[in-house]
Each structure stands twice: as C-alpha cells, then as structure tokens.
Design a protein around this ligand. Structure first.
Ligand SMILES: [Zn+2]
Length: 89
C-alpha cells in the first residue's frame, strides 16, 4: 500500500508507515470490515438452516401421512374389489 502522507510504498500489515510513522489510511480497513459482515451473513444462513430442516421434517411428515392415507385408500379399494368379486360369485 502507498502512504497517503509521504507516498512511499509499505506492507499493509505494518501498523503505520515505516518512513514517516503516519497511521494507515482508514480506507484500507474497510475491506476487512466488509469481510466480517459477510461472515455474519453466513452465520445468519446457518441460523436459517434449522428452520429449513424444520420445513423438511414437516414435508416428510406430510409425505408420510399422505402415503399412509393413500395406502389406506388403496387397501380399502383392494378389499372393496375383492368383496365385489366374491359377492358376484
Ligand atoms: Zn509515510
């Protein structure tokens, strides 16, 4: 990075300019500040994951109940068909 005071190049991890001891420009800290909110957003997405798993469990429950009713209906239909066949005989 370039010192805003003396214009000399120095490493960004230096706490201040080694040439004129000027503090680092505030603009260089903003990208690092932008990194932590994105990490917080990733943490927020992690918070959303349990609700998504809850929605998935509800979906599984609805699918299970639907399959149960469908199987019950199929079984009732099968018994009805068998009863009709035996009653016709
Ligand atoms: Zn400097």
């Amino acid at each position: 990075m370039i010192c805003p005071k003396c214009g000399e190049k120095f490493n960004y991890y230096e706490p201040c300019c080694p040439w004129c001891r000027a503090p680092k420009p505030v603009e260089e800290w903003n990208p690092a500040g932008d990194v932590s909110p994105s990490e917080e957003k990733e943490d927020g997405s992690d918070v959303i994951d349990p609700s998504q798993s809850t929605g998935f469990s509800i979906f599984v429950l609805v699918f299970y109940v639907g399959t149960l009713f469908l199987g019950l209906f199929g079984l009732t239909f099968l018994i009805y068909v068998l009863a009709v066949i035996f009653l016709c005989d």
